[in-house]
Write a protein of this length. Structure first.
Length: 61
């Protein structure tokens, strides 16, 4: 499984996009099938699976 380390600006953009769509962490978790912890890790810029980032980005389009 590929992992990607996000830079802080990109990670912040995920959170900003989520909030702009009006999604709570719980809403996005339901939409993506990820856990709240996995989404928070992506928004912090942690080293997370590429597929998690792709799922979040797809849900926020």
């Amino acid at each position: 499984m590929d992992h990607v380390s996000r830079n802080p600006e990109t990670a912040t953009a995920l959170q900003e996009d989520r909030l702009a769509k009006g999604y709570s962490l719980e809403d996005l978790a339901i939409t993506t099938g990820l856990t709240v912890d996995e989404i928070e890790a992506a928004e912090r810029g942690d080293n997370v699976p590429t597929s998690n980032i792709e799922r979040i980005e797809h849900a926020l389009r």
